[in-house]
Design a protein around this ligand. Structure first.
Ligand SMILES: Cc1cc2nc3c(=O)[nH]c(=O)nc-3n(C[C@H](O)[C@H](O)[C@H](O)COP(=O)(O)OP(=O)(O)OC[C@H]3O[C@@H](n4cnc5c(N)ncnc54)[C@H](O)[C@@H]3O)c2cc1C
Length: 133
């Protein structure tokens, strides 16, 4: 159902504002598990939503090793939770800064981004991009 608080029609296009989902206590119950946005939709600021969905899929496939499915899903959830939380928090921080609108803050933010060497910017993303299964 459309959420009237977050959907507006702009020039004939239905626009939904991104919003945070509450943190789920678990992404696995019995023989069912959530992956990707269903598990933890995040702001697109870091460009990590689909990447995290892929990490979920790889991790889940790896846990499904022929043993009991519910145990495999619990292990998947235990493994993914801390990593995904970290990325969600970081994404929320970047989103908050990206939404600054007070002009002096915008000038400061844009200057810092412009003046930060690309090698430093890339290195700061190592914890996000350096995932290995
Ligand atoms: C503006 C924007 C930019 C983004 N940029 C990036 C980026 O650069 N890099 C990145 O990694 N991520 C990015 N993302 C996030 C990324 O798009 C999502 O995290 C990703 O698509 C999540 O994949 P998913 O399979 O979990 O969910 P979805 O892609 O939402 O797939 C769920 C599918 O299930 C279908 N569905 C829903 N309910 C039912 C039902 N009852 N029965 C059958 N089918 C159903 C839906 O139609 C949909 O096709 C961006 C997101 C936005 C909004």
């Amino acid at each position: 159902m459309m959420d009237e608080r977050t959907a507006v029609v702009v020039g004939g296009v239905l626009r939904h504002e991104p919003c945070d989902l509450p943190t789920l206590p678990s992404c696995a119950r019995g023989r069912a598990a959530l992956l990707g946005d269903a598990a933890r939709a995040m702001s697109p600021a870091l460009g990590q939503g689909a990447c995290q969905a892929l990490e979920d899929a790889v991790t889940l496939a790896d846990r499904l090793d022929g043993g009991p499915v519910d145990e495999a899903l619990r292990r998947y959830d235990r493994l993914r939770r801390p990593r995904a939380r970290q990325v969600v928090r970081r994404s929320a921080r970047v989103e908050a800064v990206a939404r600054w609108a007070w002009p002096p803050a915008v000038v400061l933010r844009d200057s810092v981004v412009r003046l930060t060497p690309s090698a430093v910017a890339s290195r700061s993303m190592d914890p996000v991009l350096g995932w290995t299964p």
